[in-house]
Design a protein around this ligand. Structure first.
Ligand code: NAD
Length: 327
């Protein structure tokens, strides 16, 4: 038998339906694609035991799964985030783990900005007014100009950096908090560096989150942090839902501790129908859509499959998250 590529995670099939491109592309490595659609863990383990490559969106891959894989060369997160993969165990087993890091960078930055403007300009409140037959802008009072307000970026990586020129276009003053990058990046971007998260929280009028989900960033915004923010501040989250403690956020929005939230990600996706944030007057929620445009969808499948085929054909991966495996 030739090589085997397994896909898993229901969002793979929601995004790519018939997987026609994936089946065709697999042939370039003399491989056959096996779409795995069950939720049964035992079946999953048996399916991946003899696979040469595994492509996942948001499906947990833990130690037990990785230890069962006998000859896998590459695990690909077919997205930017890869917090659902046990990279450490994969590294110990010599399996390359890659993601698709740049296919939607600019698109997410634009969506974050769309949420920021909609939330700050109270578009939801204004639309509710017109859809019930009213025509009175007073429902949005008070509103203030955006110019020269302060935007705080938490996580100044690819997407955080792509937010910067958009913010400059609106004449915002920009500050950022990211303890893992050097001073010169902030200087090059013309962004004020905050060495303490609390400084960014207390100074910003708008805060946008662009960190990966890690033990450190899990609930990095909770009661304490929301209390430090300005009462008229707005928070935007397009990174991972679990970075914000949702219970604390809902409380803060309801008690006017902060003015608004624009959320593309939630702690549980899809959310429970009774998640109060879905019907909260000063929150706008979109269904994990930041990444999406027809163009980015196309790039995602091309770049993702290109990485898998490279590795199966013995070439170096472009986007390895554990390069130590290569040496
Ligand atoms: P990136 O790795 O380029 O940037 C992340 C930045 O966060 C890095 O500079 C890192 O130093 C910084 N960081 C890490 N821990 C931090 C901490 N504790 N405090 C402050 N900064 C910290 O990633 P990216 O491409 O910019 O993507 C960011 C996140 O956006 C991804 O991890 C992914 O989860 C999310 N994302 C969401 C969508 C969507 O559709 N909603 C699409 C793509 C990516």
């Amino acid at each position: 038998m030739g090589k085997k590529i397994v896909t898993a995670g229901d969002r793979v099939y929601l995004k790519f339906f018939d997987l026609e491109f994936f089946h065709e592309k697999a042939k370039e490595a003399e491989a056959v694609l096996f779409p795995f659609k069950s939720f049964d863990d035992k079946e999953f383990i048996s399916e991946i035991a003899d696979t040469d490559a595994l492509i996942l969106i948001d499906r947990q891959l833990n130690k037990k799964h990785i230890e069962a894989m006998q000859k896998c060369k590459i695990v690909l997160a077919l997205e930017v985030g890869y917090d659902f993969i046990d990279v450490e165990t994969a590294t110990e087993k010599g399996i390359i783990v890659s993601n698709v890091p740049t296919y939607c960078t600019n698109q997410v930055a634009i969506h974050a900005f769309a949420l920021l403007l909609s939330t700050y300009r109270k578009i939801k409140t204004l639309m509710e007014e017109t859809s019930r037959g009213g025509w009175d802008y007073n429902v949005s009072k008070p509103l203030y100009e955006i110019t020269h307000r302060k935007l705080g970026i938490i996580g100044l990586g690819r997407i955080g950096r792509a937010v910067v020129p958009k913010a400059k276009g609106f004449d915002l003053d920009i500050l950022a908090y990211d303890p893992y990058i050097a001073d010169d990046i902030f200087k090059l971007l013309g962004v004020k560096r905050c060495y303490e998260l609390n400084d960014l929280l207390s100074e910003s009028d708008f805060i946008t989150l662009h960190v990966p989900l890690t033990d450190e960033t899990h609930h990095m915004i909770g009661d304490k942090e929301l209390q430090i923010m300005k009462n008229d501040a707005v928070i935007i989250n397009t990174c991972r839902g679990k970075v914000i403690d949702e219970k604390s956020l809902y409380k803060a929005l309801n008690n006017n501790i902060i003015a608004g939230a624009g959320l593309d990600v939630l702690e549980k996706e899809p959310p429970d129908k009774d998640n109060p944030l879905l019907n909260c007057g000063n929150a706008i929620v979109t269904p994990h859509a930041s990444w999406y445009a027809e163009d980015t969808l196309e790039r995602l499948k091309m770049q993702g499959m290109d990485e898998v085929i490279r590795v199966l054909n013995g070439k170096r991966p472009w986007y390895s998250l554990n390069p130590e495996v290569l040496y």
